[in-house]
Design a protein around this ligand. Structure first.
Ligand SMILES: [Zn+2]
Length: 165
């Protein structure tokens, strides 16, 4: 099983200096830690050997759990694993695959709304991403634009601007 914190931290209630540092830098979130520890616990009951938990995206009402592996493993038989995660975080949970393909990852997050495109823009001497969505699909988005900008920004460790066309 792959999780974003080390084994030691997954099995205890404290964080080692390495994981603590990543949490402070924002490369790891409290939610990532919570879900990692939960999966560690669930691995006693469920077959999570092939699980590959990359990161959680918190969209307020919904949490998207990103995996670099097989989506089915984190869903579990009859959806049991995903429902355990949902109970633990107190929100609806969707499992999505993350790959090196940013377009595909963002598409999977904003579904059922469509992603029109992603542009790289420069501002304040920094590279940012502009995620273009359809104005008439705003209500199909899993979260409001602000929440999405923040969540995608954390995920891609870069500033993300959402624009509607
Ligand atoms: Zn650690």
């Amino acid at each position: 099983m792959k999780i974003p914190i080390c084994d030691l931290c997954a099995k205890s209630n404290a964080l080692c200096s390495g994981c603590e540092e990543r949490l402070k830098e924002g490369r790891l979130s409290e939610l990532d830690v919570t879900i990692s520890r939960l999966l560690q616990k669930l691995s006693d009951t469920y077959n999570l050997q092939g699980a590959d938990f990359y990161k959680a995206v918190d969209l307020d009402r919904l949490v998207i759990v990103l995996t670099k592996g097989d989506v089915g493993v984190l869903i579990g038989r009859e959806g049991k694993v995903v429902s355990e995660i949902s109970t633990a975080v107190g929100k609806k949970v969707r499992i999505a695959e993350v790959s090196g393909d940013m377009h595909k990852t963002v598409s999977d997050i904003v579904v059922p709304a469509r992603l029109l495109g992603i542009n790289t823009v420069f501002g304040d001497g920094k590279q940012k991403y502009r995620v273009r969505l359809a104005k008439n699909e705003i209500r199909q988005l899993p979260a409001d634009a602000k929440t999405l900008e923040k969540a995608l920004g954390q995920l891609f460790e870069s500033d993300v601007l959402i624009s509607f066309e």
